[in-house]
Design a protein around this ligand. Structure first.
Ligand code: APR
Length: 254
């Protein structure tokens, strides 16, 4: 019903608005990576339609049943190693290169923004290419944990605690510095471009609201309207992030 209330926007109008503003901040979610073959979480065929996140993605579940949760990690994280950025990631990187995108704040752990060339990436939920000991906090390249010497689930040879992918599970605190930067960028921008997030998980979901309250225009790209669309979005570009971002970057960069 409320779909009729949305005046879906177009890339001409949004490109003009972005050029007027000069500098923008991008917020991304799992939807920007689905065209790279990485499933998102809450679409009908998303990860949480197959796994109960309370059993696989909370810190308590990991401590209670490490073998089960590490089995999930293996299935979910292994494909990230070979995934490649798609047109949307490259478009965001081109816009950063041109001085338009000031920062990318991402909820994703797939490292695809960095692989596409983005430099200023604020990772709210960590990065799955590294692992960290839960005891002494020592960092390990995830690849290294494949060796037998760490066992399964992997244990730190120094302090004998579990080594887990350096990603934030439900129930864990977000990295303080990343959160602080995300708040600062959101409050300081004149336009936030929100790509491929359902806007359902805090504190990331608060960022478009924070930006809006600080005077920013909100542009949203998604396959379908979300909670954000209904509340703060000013320009809604409905469709696939890859196509839309490619077209938008082309119109902005000429
Ligand atoms: N183009 C545009 N939008 C897309 C595309 C696409 N190709 N594919 C999916 N989407 C949209 C979906 O319609 C959905 O609104 O992306 C959104 C993905 O939402 P979620 O699956 O909820 O992912 P996200 O918002 O990133 O989840 C936030 O939840 O489980 C936790 O830690 C996890 O970081 C994750 C957080």
């Amino acid at each position: 019903m409320w779909m009729n209330l949305f005046n879906p926007s177009d890339t001409d109008e949004v490109a003009k608005k972005i050029l007027q503003k000069g500098e923008i901040v991008v917020l991304t979610g799992a939807g920007i990576s689905t065209e790279s073959g990485i499933p998102d979480f809450r679409s009908p065929d998303g990860i949480w339609s197959r796994y109960d996140f309370t059993e696989y993605a909370t810190i308590d579940a990991l401590l209670k049943n490490p073998v089960k949760v590490f089995g999930f990690f293996k299935e979910f994280i292994d494909p990230l190693k070979t995934a490649s950025p798609n047109k949307a990631h490259y478009a965001v990187a081109r816009l950063e290169e041109a001085g338009i995108v000031k920062a990318v704040i991402t909820q994703n752990i797939d490292n695809l923004h960095q692989k596409a060339g983005s430099k200023n990436v604020v990772e709210l939920h960590g990065n799955a290419t590294v692992a960290r000991c839960m005891g002494c906090r020592k960092l390990y390249p995830l690849k290294e944990l494949e060796s037998e010497k760490y066992g399964f689930p992997p244990v730190c040879p120094d302090c004998r605690k579990l080594i887990k992918p350096d990603v934030i599970l439900f129930g864990e605190m977000l990295p303080e510095d990343a959160l602080k930067s995300a708040y600062q960028y959101s409050m300081g921008t004149k336009l936030m471009l929100v790509i491929g997030t359902s806007g359902t998980v805090a504190p990331a979901s608060a960022l478009p609201h924070l930006a809006k309250r600080s005077g920013a225009d909100i542009v949203e790209i998604n396959l379908e309207p979300t909670i954000i669309t209904k509340s703060v979005t000013d320009y809604f570009l409905q469709g696939k992030a890859g196509e839309i971002m490619n077209e938008l970057a082309g119109k902005i960069l000429g």
